[in-house]
Design a protein around this ligand. Structure first.
Ligand code: AMP
Length: 383
């Protein structure tokens, strides 16, 4: 008799996972809190498709960004369209803003979203191929108070979920007026270090040297430490804007740390960029105003490599890059899996599961038939 072959049950694809009820209760709690604060500040919900045209991301994020270069799930449809599973939420929101005529609504337009995003990354701690984000965006205004408002909402969402030692790392990466000369200076610096760059950065060097500041390779992280900083080269308008953002954060007592080496992975960012972390080895968070103080802090209290719970920034040029009118905007997204992980680690409560108040027992087939409807009678009566 032929040996029966044991069939293996098919597992989820690498980097993806089922979300069971325990985590869903956390997910619901986080989304409810974020939604409650966002709604209070006048944000409207929006859902965009999981599938978008590939070109929506290619130029806005940058042809040589990690995401566009290596991480997009691309598919050719039967009709010949090149689509991708959305890797991030901001470009789709700007598309939706134009496509739905929001440009003629009273400005600014405030939107929030939640859902799954896809990046073909190497799965590791806190990094998945399908992950969930909650994000919000303010479109149509460049006032610095809005940068501070979104940062405040990001901070409050996590603080009201009882996460501790939260700190925002913040920087300004200038705009299209002051960034080109900085890029030149950076390119000069990296030219001298070219042989020490990783394979990818050697290629990025030509396209956008700022991208090298976001590289996660150890050798490139080391080179970054000595690289020229953009803060010294900001134009007056960018300096004033950034100073104003920081003043509003001080006013709102939001703890932040100036991090002049912070850049983000996508090309569309300009001016304010920020990420939020939980500092593990510090008892108190810090709010510092001056650059020198911040430098001192950076030297003394640089925490071990941490995982960002969320990040964002201003992207005044994104709409123009996409071919539309200029629409200054700012926003962020939070990584929901990472927040769930931290809440569980701290043994914080999730959303309460509904507690049953009646247990219906039936004995015998007639009672079983009766119970079939009785259960529904109780639900309808609000039991
Ligand atoms: P980004 O869209 O890259 O600005 O990321 C915003 C936030 O989303 C990050 O701070 C993370 O918390 C989360 N995130 C980004 N990529 C992943 C991933 N591959 N897996 C899990 N969370 C992620």
């Amino acid at each position: 008799m032929p040996k029966t072959q044991k069939k293996e049950i098919i597992q989820t694809p690498k980097g993806t996972h089922d979300v069971l009820h325990g985590d869903i209760r956390y997910l619901n709690k986080i989304i409810e809190k974020a939604q409650e604060i966002a709604e209070f500040y006048g944000f409207l919900p929006i859902k965009t498709p999981h599938l978008e045209h590939a070109e929506l991301f290619a130029r806005p994020l940058g042809e040589t960004s990690e995401v566009v270069e290596k991480q997009m799930y691309t598919l050719r449809t039967r009709g010949g369209d090149l689509l991708v599973l959305r890797p991030e939420g901001t470009a789709p929101i700007v598309r939706a803003y134009h496509q739905n005529g929001m440009i003629s609504w009273p400005q600014p337009v405030k939107l929030y979203y939640e859902g799954a995003f896809f990046r073909h990354e190497n799965p590791q701690k806190g990094r998945f191929r399908e992950f969930r984000q909650f994000g919000l965006e303010i479109l149509g205004d460049d006032d610095a108070v809005l940068d501070a408002q979104v940062i405040k909402i990001m901070y409050l969402t996590l603080a009201e979920l009882k996460l501790k030692n939260l700190i925002i790392r913040i920087n300004s990466i200038g705009d299209k007026n002051c960034r080109p000369s900085y890029k030149k200076e950076l390119a000069n610096y990296y030219k001298r270090k070219f042989n020490y760059l990783c394979k990818d950065c050697k290629r990025r060097f030509k396209d956008n040297p700022m991208r090298m500041l976001a590289c996660k390779e150890k050798s490139c992280i080391e080179l970054k430490a000595q690289a020229p900083q953009i803060i010294e080269q900001l134009c007056e308008a960018c300096k004033t804007h950034f100073k104003s953002v920081l003043e509003f954060l001080d006013e709102g007592q939001i703890p932040y740390l100036l991090d002049h080496q912070l850049v983000r992975g996508f090309d569309y960012y300009g001016r304010t960029v920020f990420e939020i972390f939980m500092e593990e080895d510090k008892k108190e968070t810090i709010s510092e105003k001056t650059e020198n103080q911040a430098k001192e802090l950076n030297k003394k209290e640089e925490p071990a490599a941490q995982i960002a719970l969320g990040g964002g920034g201003r992207y005044d040029e994104l709409s123009t890059i996409m071919g539309g009118r200029k629409v200054p905007a700012v926003g962020w997204s939070l990584g929901l899996e990472r927040i769930i992980h931290e809440m569980k680690k701290m043994a914080l409560p999730s959303e309460a599961s509904p507690k049953p108040s009646v247990f219906l027992i039936h004995i015998g087939p007639a009672a079983k038939r009766r119970a079939f409807n009785l259960m529904e009678d109780m639900r309808k009566s609000g039991i």
